[in-house]
Design a protein around this ligand. Structure first.
Ligand SMILES: Cc1ncc(COP(=O)(O)O)c(C=O)c1O
Length: 370
């Protein structure tokens, strides 16, 4: 038996003729950088989110870095980030010249909360990056209130949460900037790297526009030191095709997640994902908490079931951040989550039979270890 964790090539296999035709048109057109597909994709992405501005970039990491720089974050500033996330959320703060300050997470949603952010606040705090981890929205109501009171900039890391909603509105549209990744495993995955920033602020957009293309305002007129961070035409063309199916894919992810949750609900070693009543999870990942996680993972692997751990080590105790000097034990919920989380196979159109096999293998494991 082989139950893969993901099925990345399926979109190409199902749409080969259309994708081959599109790529051949772009390749024979000769306009590979910042061409019509990038512009059209940005417009379509803005429409999808009901925001005025979207800007295509080379990756989700660059989306965060350029958003931070555009918001004026730099030396002497502190930015609060969760300790339990992918490294880019924090590394980009350091690349911008500021200090990432790690905050703990809520044990049920795995996200930052107003309370954990408060515990990390200092006089130097200038911004907060809210990561909607796994596709599960942060409690934006209370966090935005805190940011308003303390005059903090809110940046959303939406890399895993494209299509998720809070109070009926797409996440990514609440902060000063929403930062997306099109890494192939994301809800909208490119055939390579890509990213996007969305914003309602024209000044933010204009600065980003220059920063992504070497700081140019017009050709060879450099207003600031920028980056080479452009989404390319092939990726934009492919992402335009995929965007048309995004809502159906997110619906399929939600349906499969709810089947998992029904099948796993009464297993005492397992805690299924929890979202807030205001939220609609987009399930980039279906991640459970599992007793004896590593043993369970091995057991599933022996049965040919692919799983993943997002993430095995919190950021505050990673060597890369050793200069920040936070000791093990300081952010207990993030540390505990790293020992217990397990992501199960999930992608749009995953066969129902696979979900049943995975759930029943998990049940067998816990019967065996009782
Ligand atoms: C939460 C989070 N933030 C940022 C990123 C960075 O995105 P990219 O890989 O496109 O640079 C990722 C990608 O895995 C992510 O999961």
């Amino acid at each position: 038996m082989n139950i893969p964790f993901l099925n990345i090539p399926s979109f190409y296999e199902q749409n080969k003729v259309e994708i081959d035709r599109l790529f051949s048109e772009i390749l024979s057109g000769g306009r590979y950088i910042l061409g019509p597909n990038v512009k059209a994709f940005e417009n379509e992405f803005s429409q999808y989110h009901q925001v005025p501005f979207s800007l295509g970039l080379a990756s989700g990491t660059d989306a965060l870095l350029l958003a931070l720089r555009t918001c004026g974050i730099g030396a002497g500033d502190e930015v609060i980030v969760p300790a339990f996330t992918f490294i880019s959320t924090a590394s980009t703060v350091a690349y911008a010249g500021a200090k990432p300050v790690f905050a703990d997470i809520d044990p049920s949603t795995f996200n930052l909360t107003e309370k954990t952010v408060c515990a990390a606040l200092t006089r130097k705090t200038k911004a907060v990056i809210a990561v909607h981890l796994y596709g599960n929205p942060v409690d934006l109501g209370s966090l935005m209130k805190l940011c308003r009171e303390k005059k903090l900039i809110l940046i959303e890391d939406v890399a895993q949460a494209l299509g998720a909603e809070y109070n009926g509105k797409k996440v990514g549209t609440f902060g000063k900037a929403g930062c997306y990744s099109f890494y192939p495993t994301k809800n909208l995955g490119a055939a390579g790297d890509g990213g996007m920033v969305i914003t309602a602020d024209k000044k933010v957009y204009s600065k980003l526009f220059q920063l992504r293309d070497h700081g140019q305002s017009t050709k060879y007129r450099f207003e600031t030191l920028g980056y080479n961070s452009r989404l390319d035409e092939l990726q934009a063309g492919l992402l335009r095709l995929k965007l048309k199916q995004l809502d159906a894919w997110v619906a399929s992810r939600r349906k499969s997640a709810s089947v998992y949750s029904q099948l796993l609900a009464d297993i005492s070693g397992v805690q299924c994902p929890v979202s807030l009543p205001e939220s609609r999870h987009a399930y980039n990942l279906y991640t459970i908490r599992a007793r004896k996680r590593d043993k369970l993972r091995e057991f599933l692997q022996e049965k040919g079931i692919g799983t993943a751990v997002h993430y095995p080590r919190p950021l505050h105790i990673q060597k890369a951040f050793k200069d920040i000097g936070i000791k093990t034990g300081k952010l207990p919920e993030a540390e505990k989550a790293c020992k217990e989380v397990l992501s199960l196979p999930l992608y749009p159109g995953i066969p129902g039979e696979h979900i049943e096999i995975v759930a029943s293998a998990i049940r067998d494991f816990y019967v065996g270890v009782k």
